[in-house]
Write a protein that binds this ligand. Structure first.
Ligand code: ADP
Ligand code: MG
Length: 245
């Protein structure tokens, strides 16, 4: 069964049809790229999937259960994780503490009373940091990390919630090209192993063609193509509207 199944999704803003009749599914462990020119409706899709925007029409199902219109917190509790374009870490806390807080939240512990010296979930946090190659930086303040390291910390924080589906809207924005592919290859390796489905948007076509299992192309709110890298590269309509050649 699909992790995510989207059927006939619609969203308009005033007279603008931002998303119009979009349907697709993501399988466990699959990495699906959603691409398209600026204004195509990618972020609007993401915001409906994570509950921030209520669709005008259509259905969103997670593991076969309808989650359409649920509030963001409920969607997150069902297992839809998200990494942010603007990094969402606590700058003054250490790298390990950021992951500990994410784990506490996932396990529904009240972290208001949490002390920085707490050992709660410290071992689990270190295991996650090990997975993203950040174990050597566990005791550093998150605020002093290099941008690429911050992105890997964000990935560890997202994985702490044990998501079924991970939504990444332009995860590599602001990164150097070589770092972009590395971050997304790491994401692919970790999510595939845990059968987590990933849906991401990305402007760098080297990243898209390099890591995506499948690619969806959105233009003016409508899906115009779907396939693997070879199929998308060869698609005349995609070349015309998106790649501009
Ligand atoms: P993308 O992420 O692919 O660049 P968006 O989903 O951000 O595209 O935008 C799709 C269309 O919807 C654009 O025409 C954009 O101007 C419009 N849009 C997006 N969000 C809003 C909003 N909150 N209010 C009005 N129009 C919006
Ligand atoms: Mg966008």
């Amino acid at each position: 069964m699909s992790v995510l199944a989207v059927a006939d999704l619609h969203k308009s803003f005033g007279g603008v049809r931002a998303v119009s009749g979009v349907s697709f599914a993501v399988a466990p462990g699959e990495m699906l790229a959603l691409i398209g020119p600026n204004g195509a409706g990618k972020s609007t899709c993401f915001n409906m999937l994570n509950g921030q925007l209520r669709p005008d029409g259509g259905r969103i199902a997670l593991d076969g259960q309808d989650i359409t219109g649920l509030a963001p917190r409920r969607v997150w509790r069902r297992g839809v994780g998200r990494t942010f374009q603007i990094t969402a870490t606590f700058a003054s806390m250490t790298v390990r503490e950021n992951v500990q807080v994410a784990l506490l939240s996932h396990h529904r512990r009240i972290w208001r009373f949490w002390q920085p010296t707490s050992a709660l979930f410290a071992a689990e946090a270190d295991a996650l940091l090990d997975q993203v190659g950040m174990e050597a930086q566990a005791d550093r303040a998150a605020g002093v990390l290099a941008y690429g390291d911050l992105k890997r910390l964000e990935l560890a924080v997202a994985l702490a919630n044990a998501p079924r589906l991970l939504l990444m809207d332009e995860p590599t924005a602001g990164m150097a090209p070589a770092e972009r592919v590395a971050l997304m290859q790491l994401t692919r390796d970790l999510t595939r192993r845990q059968h987590i489905a990933v849906l991401f948007t990305e402007h760098d076509m080297d990243v898209v063609f390099g890591v995506a299992d499948r690619i969806l192309v959105l233009n003016r709110g409508e899906l115009i193509a779907e396939g693997d890298a070879a199929a998308i590269r060869a698609d005349a309509r995609v070349r015309a509207v998106y790649l501009g050649s």
